[in-house]
Design a protein around this ligand. Structure first.
Ligand SMILES: NC(=O)c1ccc[n+]([C@@H]2O[C@H](COP(=O)([O-])OP(=O)(O)OC[C@H]3O[C@@H](n4cnc5c(N)ncnc54)[C@H](O)[C@@H]3O)[C@@H](O)[C@H]2O)c1
Length: 434
């Protein structure tokens, strides 16, 4: 089939490449000419494992092309996937649907009358119905659940597909688009528009709640003298609860969860349903960043003024160079404002971090980052950081003190190597580091 993908960011570039991999002819459309030029040359302007290979393969085969022209997209596509951003509005926390409306308006002007427009962006419930009415277009909603860092795998082998459809024709078309994925046994849920839209926001709300639940337990452990890591392990053995998303730490960030739970709470308010717990989920999440700053102050003495602080991590999570709402960079920026001399190191996100936070210091190698540090903060869970040898690291730093903001470092091993280590969710540091 001939598909277009409107908006070729993290979601859209992945979707376009994976649709070509499924055997379709795909045209990616973006308003950003630089992005289009890079992708056309087979270059992916962000880090996503496996994606550069797929883009290079299908741009070379001619099955995947990119353009800025909606006229070209309209003439080409039988099905148009809308993957543009839905950022948070500064005034209210609601989703800004400006890009979505612009994409639908452009398609309404250029697409064939019988083309199907499929929304994949995360939108407030009620959007699909409004767009179908406003732009007199046949619409379907097909929310996306991919995880950055696993985006290709999650698109080619998703754990489920959700089709929000209001006609048998739309369902037939989507079944044809995803035929190889469905043939592999992927569960399909078909739903009306509101339910399909809500599956995405409800899934994000649930995951965020699970993270903030264990982080709230971390706060209680810190106050009461418990250890949240042991608590989480014991909770996870209960198969009604399960061990996943139960690791206490600095909390979630990124381009999706924070904005999506705020947009959901805002939309629920409009509908007269007070999802006030989501505001508490958000507040717990933000308090974890404050707690890391507090621990940094405590470990450095009364304050961090003049201390050389090394922040391990800039991406909001490992496997990505995405720094949108990164907890690590939020803490780094706060400490710099408090007078610390902050150096950041990240395996993939250095360029993005430098652009967004030009006043922070950056070290290209892990060794350079550690050298001379008065305090180390472990804030993004890259495997490279988990693999640090605490003895070698102790020889590089000025003072062996570390905050484990991800709760994964072996505290006894670090203490034995001379470090003073304070993990979130524990009441006191371990080890004697000076
Ligand atoms: N990133 C993820 O992991 C992920 C996962 C699931 C769902 N989503 C949702 O997918 C949507 C896109 O997210 P993203 O992370 O890919 O965002 P992004 O900012 O990386 O990409 C959005 C792209 O859309 C382009 N764009 C904006 N307006 C346009 C227009 N009118 N026409 C064509 N292109 C336009 C931008 O230039 C940009 O390249 C959001 O709603 C997000 O919540 C993202």
């Amino acid at each position: 089939m001939r598909l277009t993908v409107i908006g070729t960011g993290y979601l859209g570039a992945t979707h376009a490449a994976c649709m070509a991999e499924l055997g379709h002819d795909v045209l990616g459309v973006d308003v950003d000419p630089e992005k289009v030029a890079a992708l056309s040359a087979g270059r992916v302007p962000f880090h996503e494992p496996g994606l550069p290979e797929l883009i290079a393969k299908h741009t070379a085969s001619g099955r995947l092309r990119f353009t800025t022209s909606f006229a070209e997209a309209g003439a080409f596509g039988e099905v148009h996937f809308v993957c543009v951003g839905t950022p948070q509005r500064a005034d209210s926390g609601a989703a800004d649907l400006g890009h979505v409306d612009a994409a639908f308006a452009a398609l309404a002007a250029h697409a064939a009358p019988d083309a199907l427009v499929v929304g994949k962006s995360t939108v407030p419930v009620g959007t699909a119905e409004r767009l179908a009415r406003t732009y007199a277009t046949e619409v379907a909603w097909n929310p996306e659940f991919l995880r950055e860092g696993f985006a290709v795998e999650d698109t080619l082998r998703p754990d489920r597909l959700v089709f929000g459809v209001e006609s048998a024709r739309a369902e037939t078309i989507l079944r044809a688009v995803y035929a190889p994925v469905l043939a592999a046994g992927t569960p399909l849920v078909t739903a009306d528009f509101p339910t399909a839209e809500l599956v995405k926001t409800a899934a994000n709300a649930f995951l965020a709640t699970k993270i903030s639940f264990i982080n709230a337990m971390a706060e209680v452990c810190e106050a009461a003298g418990g250890d949240v890591r042991t608590l989480a392990e014991a909770l996870g053995h209960d198969d009604r609860i399960g061990p996943k998303f139960l690791r206490a730490g600095i909390g979630f960030g990124g381009g999706c969860l924070p904005k999506d739970i705020r947009a959901f709470a805002h939309r629920a308010d409009e509908l007269g349903v007070p999802l006030t717990f989501l505001r508490e989920v958000d507040a717990i999440n933000m308090r974890r960043r404050d707690r890391v700053v507090e621990l940094a102050r405590e470990l450095c003495g009364p304050d961090v003024l003049g201390a050389r602080v090394t922040v391990l991590g800039a991406a909001f999570k490992p496997g990505s160079d995405d720094i949108r709402d990164s907890p690590a960079l939020a803490v780094a920026a706060r400490l710099r404002l408090e007078g610390a001399d902050v150096t950041v190191h990240d395996p993939e996100a250095m360029d993005n971090a430098r652009k967004a936070f030009p006043l922070l210091g950056y070290a290209l190698s892990l060794e350079d980052a550690l050298r001379g540090a008065d305090l180390v903060l472990h804030l993004t869970e890259w495997p490279q950081f988990r693999a640090i040898d605490p003895e070698r690291a102790a020889a590089l730093v000025a003072r062996p003190r570390i905050v484990d903001g991800r709760g994964v470092l072996d505290a006894d091993r670090w203490a034995a190597a001379g470090w003073r280590l304070w993990a979130l969710g524990t009441p006191a540091p371990v080890g004697e580091g000076h």
